[in-house]
Design a protein around this ligand. Structure first.
Ligand SMILES: *[C@@H]1O[C@H](CO)[C@@H](O)[C@H](O)[C@H]1NC(C)=O
Ligand SMILES: *[C@@H]1O[C@H](CO)[C@@H](O)[C@H](O)[C@H]1NC(C)=O
Ligand SMILES: *[C@@H]1O[C@H](CO)[C@@H](O)[C@H](O)[C@H]1NC(C)=O
Ligand SMILES: *[C@@H]1O[C@H](CO)[C@@H](O)[C@H](O)[C@H]1NC(C)=O
Ligand SMILES: *[C@@H]1O[C@H](CO)[C@@H](O)[C@H](O)[C@H]1NC(C)=O
Ligand SMILES: *[C@@H]1O[C@H](CO)[C@@H](O)[C@H](O)[C@H]1NC(C)=O
Ligand SMILES: *[C@@H]1O[C@H](CO)[C@@H](O)[C@H](O)[C@H]1NC(C)=O
Ligand SMILES: *[C@@H]1O[C@H](CO)[C@@H](O)[C@H](O)[C@H]1NC(C)=O
Ligand SMILES: *[C@@H]1O[C@H](CO)[C@@H](O)[C@H](O)[C@H]1NC(C)=O
Ligand SMILES: *[C@@H]1O[C@H](CO)[C@@H](O)[C@H](O)[C@H]1NC(C)=O
Ligand SMILES: *[C@@H]1O[C@H](CO)[C@@H](O)[C@H](O)[C@H]1NC(C)=O
Length: 755
């Protein structure tokens, strides 16, 4: 089990003592648009067991959960932290008492706040029923406590799923399904097919198998609005279908286990047997907690002088390990010995810091993720940027799996990865226009996979305004091509390295040195360009991106934000901006340090921006900005995230911010900010440790005065993966209350800089 370690750090001499466990808040980021999934699941679990709420004042529910509103089912699959439109919420049960009106949707109000902890969830319904549940790997267990002297009922509504009436074009729909109870009335199996959702999935089928600890008295089934005493039901129409088990009134506790599978009902049934020996909810919960400790929480120990902060740190780690889902052995489309991960929702969100976090904490997982992407490329033709329900889609900007590959490559995450195949997948993204896939939000080019607007990119050296999201695409294709150059070099393909490094500079083609903004005094911004090379818009405003959505020039970020999005070549950016002071002044305008606040840390395009001060050796400014952002935009509790969690991307950003350094994805560089903890230890998979200590830390003493890495004094505000994560190592910070220009060494590298 995980324990806190209290460190008394006196210049390197460290002793430790075990105390209580951290308090993981599974409801962190569930409200205020965070959309985090709070139900029961294991790290990267295929089963994410939780509520599906209807009638919430919060409107559409994305992870199934909302604090208020009625519960229409407790179902087996969810996503976490997504926007756009909800997916899954399928294979459900609902405990009921009394008569059922099949002409309307059955649902239950709650009589108290839900209780959730790692692996466990419980709630009390208005009708006196308590429902508890716990997920295992491919199956889950329900335990219902019914009020005395009522006939307990459990409804299996095969049609049940998350929907989005506000966006019918992105809603999921039920296609067909069936369910059948066994003759002992203590089990059932069936299947359901759904279509639609955010990526407009083709119909896909989930199989299920359920059993009860004790048999029911009777079974009835329903189709549409009518019911019968048949023990089976099916439909091909868009209508309600399911069965209801009614138990003897002396059975106050009902326990049930449900397995799911994308392969068959038989596999769903065997998933129950693989996951459970009995009907013990508690042991399932404790097994799940152990897995979270082993695979996630034990990877990092921090001092807990400030418990609020340490709980926040572990809560962030929790939310960063919910997706993608490990569906190895559950791929319905092809047989393969390779690992299989689904629910990439989406890489556009996660490539910047969540995947780099996996490569630090769990390189073996990182390698499985890459192998899974290569296998998807081999069988589906392209790596995904987004993927759920076993289908690629959608792509918001670039082909960001390229950056995942490069990040794994440079960090030595190589276990059983065939890099020639990985590079072939990247070249496909970079060279082959994906088959046209109609997207009514952006009909100009495919958003399913690969790169839309690729012919412009190859032919013109930028994506022109002839395509939607041309600025986003140009900026991201540049970074993606940089990622190709990295892997090409690694596998010894110098020709390809040179080619893609050159292409990675293409963002410069949409930098208009003369572009100005009325609200800020600088010139030089990225600007959409027409196919003939002329700048789009006479009245161009770099502070506006319209709706910043599918049909606009930029996606979820203003031009003024996208201008910074060249992590591989900040040197050229500084050159374009003119001088160090202007670079700093422009950064100051991004996050409110000068009263202006042009950037939104609640969306990913600006994730790296507050760290860029390091490129002009002004780490104290990075420190101020990260402190400001974490202290004002993040907080503890359900509303603690500044936007959608985005599959844990927000939590990963928070994690690095609290630790005091941040990865430049696809490179070996980590940029130093300033730590929030006086001691942190990374327990690496290779059994080595990285110890990070800070003396003199307080709410006022945030500024670095000096740094030592591996015992040597260090005047660079960055370090490489090899410096500390390859063989273990240490970082020691001396902090003080006054800004200090301690960083006098080489500035962080700009590996994309071509002289
Ligand atoms: C079953 O689920 C569907 C889809 O959510 C819903 O429309 C229907 O009303 C439900 N049926 C019952 C009896 O609750
Ligand atoms: C359910 O719908 C899918 C997709 O349209 C179809 O392939 C399948 O045959 C249908 N199943 C049944 C039992 O009708
Ligand atoms: C299916 O029925 C639901 C509820 O009646 C409705 O909202 C939805 O639009 C229907 N879907 C289709 C594809 O007809
Ligand atoms: C399960 O755990 C709860 C809370 O710790 C406890 O009250 C209950 O008795 C346990 N049940 C079993 C069957 O061990
Ligand atoms: C804990 O850390 C937070 C964030 O830095 C800070 O605001 C708070 O004052 C600290 N609490 C204590 C008791 O030091
Ligand atoms: C992913 O799931 C497969 C099948 O259950 C399992 O063998 C593998 O160890 C899992 N991966 C990790 C990193 O846990
Ligand atoms: C603009 O893009 C469309 C495809 O969306 C293409 O048919 C057309 O030729 C392009 N126009 C120019 C000027 O490139
Ligand atoms: C290098 O990569 C290119 C793709 O850019 C490929 O066509 C070529 O065959 C590769 N060269 C070698 C020697 O593998
Ligand atoms: C920028 O404006 C100057 C004159 O103000 C002009 O000489 C120059 O050609 C312009 N550059 C571009 C790239 O439009
Ligand atoms: C800009 O900052 C860098 C890093 O401190 C420094 O090396 C460079 O000399 C500065 N440039 C100017 C013109 O001062
Ligand atoms: C600790 O911070 C204080 C300011 O709060 C400063 O006076 C002192 O020099 C710092 N100590 C060290 C060892 O840096």
């Amino acid at each position: 089990m995980m324990k806190w370690i209290i460190f008394a750090a006196v210049l390197g001499s460290v002793w430790s003592q075990q105390t209580s466990e951290p308090d993981i808040d599974v409801f962190f980021g569930t409200e205020n648009g965070g959309n985090v999934f709070p139900g029961s699941t294991r790290p990267f679990g295929m089963v994410k067991m939780g509520f599906d709420v209807i009638d919430s004042s919060a409107g559409v529910v994305f992870s199934g959960y909302a604090k208020d509103g009625n519960v229409a089912g407790i179902s087996m699959m969810h996503e976490s932290g997504t926007g756009g439109s909800p997916e899954y919420g399928v294979v459900s049960q609902l405990p009921l008492i009394g008569d059922i009106d099949y002409s309307s949707q059955s649902s239950l109000g709650r009589s108290s706040d839900d209780i959730g902890s790692v692996g466990y969830y419980s709630c009390n319904f208005n009708n006196g029923i308590q429902a508890e549940f716990a997920a295992a790997d491919r199956a889950g267990i329900y335990q219902y406590s019914f009020p005395e002297n009522n006939e307990p009922k459990v409804m299996i509504n095969v049609t049940h799923h998350l929907a989005n009436a506000n966006k019918p074009y992105w809603s999921q729909y039920f296609v067909n399904g069936s369910v059948e109870a066994n003759s002992d009335k203590n089990g059932y199996k069936g299947q359901a097919t759904f279509t639609g959702g955010w990526a407009c999935q083709d119909p896909w089928t989930i199989y299920f198998c359920g059993d009860f600890e004790n048999g029911a008295d009777s079974v009835e089934s329903f189709v549409g609005t009518s019911s019968s005493d048949s023990s089976q039901a099916s439909t091909n129409a868009n209508e309600s279908v399911g069965i209801v088990f009614t138990f003897p009134s002396n059975q106050a506790i009902i326990r049930s286990r449900v397995g799911i599978s994308f392969i068959s009902t038989d596999q769903a049934c065997s998933n129950i047997k693989n996951d459970f020996k009995d009907y013990n909810l508690n042991s399932t919960v404790s097994d799940t907690k152990t897995l979270w400790d082993d695979q996630v929480f034990d990877k990092v120990d921090v001092n807990n002088d400030n418990e609020t902060l340490s709980n926040l740190l572990y809560t962030a780690l929790y939310g960063a390990h919910l997706v993608p889902s490990n569906k190895t052995g559950e791929n319905p489309h092809w047989d393969s010995p390779e690992p299989y991960y689904d629910d990439w929702f989406t890489m556009w969100d996660t490539f910047r810091c969540l995947n780099p976090l996996f490569n630090v904490l769990s390189p073996s997982r990182g390698a499985e993720l890459i192998r899974s992407l290569i296998d998807i490329y081999k069988h589906d033709g392209y790596t995904p940027d987004g993927r759920s329900a076993n289908q690629n889609g959608k792509t918001q900007g670039g082909s960001n799996s390229d950056v995942l590959m490069a990040d794994a490559y440079v960090k030595g995450v190589h276990d059983r990865i065939n890099w020639d195949d990985a590079f072939a997948a990247m070249v496909k993204n970079a060279e082959v226009t994906p088959p046209y896939w109609y997207d009514f939000k952006a009909p100009d080019a495919s958003t399913k996979e690969g790169r839309g607007g690729l012919s412009d990119w190859i032919g013109l050296g930028y994506v022109s305004r002839n395509y939607t999201r041309s600025v986003t695409r140009t900026m991201e294709f540049s970074y993606d091509d940089f990622a190709l150059s990295v892997v090409a070099k690694g596998i010894g393909n110098d020709t390809a390295h040179d080619k893609y490094l050159k292409r990675s500079a293409n963002w410069q083609n949409i930098w208009n040195h003369n572009a100005t903004s009325g609200s800020c005094k600088y010139s030089g911004f990225v600007q959409p360009k027409n196919p003939d090379g002329s700048w789009a818009y006479d009245d161009y405003d770099p502070l506006s991106c319209g709706n910043c959505y599918w049909g606009d020039d930029e996606y979820e970020g203003k031009p003024v934000e996208y201008g910074w999005a060249v992590p591989h070549d900040i040197a050229t950016l500084i050159d374009f901006i003119g001088d160090n002071d202007t670079f700093i002044a422009r950064l100051d305008d991004m996050f409110g340090l000068n009263g202006q606040e042009f950037a939104d840390i609640g969306n990913e395009p600006s994730f790296l921006t507050p760290y860029l001060y390091n490129f002009v050796n002004a780490n104290y400014k990075t420190t101020e900005t990260i402190r400001y952002l974490i202290n004002t935009k993040y907080s503890i509790g359900p509303s603690g995230l500044p936007g959608n969690s985005d599959a844990g991307a927000m939590q990963a950003w928070l994690f690095f911010g609290l630790m005091g350094f941040y990865p430049v994805a696809g490179t070996t560089t980590y940029l130093i900010s300033s730590p929030f903890f006086s001691s942190a230890t990374f327990n690496l998979e290779n059994d080595k440790k990285v110890k990070i200590t800070a003396s003199n830390l307080s709410n006022d003493n945030i500024y670095i005065q000096s740094v030592e890495i591996n015992g040597d004094s260090w005047n660079k505000n960055w370090f490489t993966h090899d410096d500390i994560f390859e063989n273990g190592g240490s970082i020691h910070f001396e902090l003080g209350s006054a800004p200090c220009r301690w960083d006098t060494g080489d500035v962080p590298p700009s590996p994309g800089h071509i002289m």
